[in-house]
Design a protein around this ligand. Sequence first.
Ligand code: ASP
Length: 349
Amino acid sequence: MVTTSSKTLLIYTGGTIGMLEDAATGSLIPLNFSELEKYIPELMRFSKSMDVVAFEKPIDSSDVNIQTWVSIAEIIEKNYDQYSGFVVLHGTDTMAYSASALSFMLQNLTKPVIFTGSQLPIGRLRTDGKENLITAIEIAGARRNGEPVIQEVAVLFESKLLRGNRTHKYSTENFDAFDSPNYDELAEIGIHIIYSHQRLLRNNSKELKVLKEFDNRVGILKLFPGMSPAFVQSILTSPQLKAIVFETYGSGNAPKEGWLVEALRSAIERGLVILNITQCSKGFVEQGLYDTSAALQRIGVIGGADMTTEAALTKLMFLLGQNYSGDTLKEKLTTPMAGELTTFSSLGV
Ligand code: ASP
């Protein structure tokens, strides 16, 4: 039986959910968060079980950077013992990156960290923000056998609770804006909130550890037919670059053309880390399955399995920030740290 009896901390960072439409100009203006209860009177019901911390200057999530992740993580770290769960209100545009980054930073998490936001501002009659916020608070407070039901970083949007580092914003239009193509929902939201308990993450160690270092000397190289050698070279020889997410076709395939393999090989030899992620939203990179990926495997490109680009990029930034390199880095990249990738062995393949 799932019950709700706990105290939640709401962390407001910005985004559409906290905006009102300026009546004169029609443009969106940030809402003074203390006024939130005026727009969501239902929140009064949570007044004894919820506190709010707001960023001094709320931001559109396009302005999110490493410091934003550190700020969110520090609020959670500082308040970890006082609260049984956390809800992060965040713009949708980069929510998948932030949820991924936080999932790596918050090690040994045993409490819920639920990201949510909205497609329509809270001041609009048809806003989805109200329902998302109330559901996120309910999920953050859900307990079973005396323990939080969710003990990981998740994204709640419309009718789905998803593992944060598996998400991708796929729609600018739908209320169901997020997708988790390679990992099924943690919970389905309808009349009841139906949790899939077997899919939920559990940590053995109970001691929260927050790691805050990231290295942004990374990039993304997305393949397309007809790509020029000059462009590839300019990326691979970019000064100080340490690693790239290489977005390839299908199950990790790239043209067999000599110049490309040679450019990648010499970059790897110089120490560049290349992590192969598929451009398909669903499925795995499986280097060596086709002739067109065998060379990548041979020269030391690392297969990124079924990670999203958001998870792959933030994981690279995080692991480089912890100073991992060489075989240890490779091992960490190909092993799940917070449920962000599926291994063939876990599928029994
Ligand atoms: N541009 C907004 C943001 O990501 C969109 C949103 O909140 O949905 O902050």
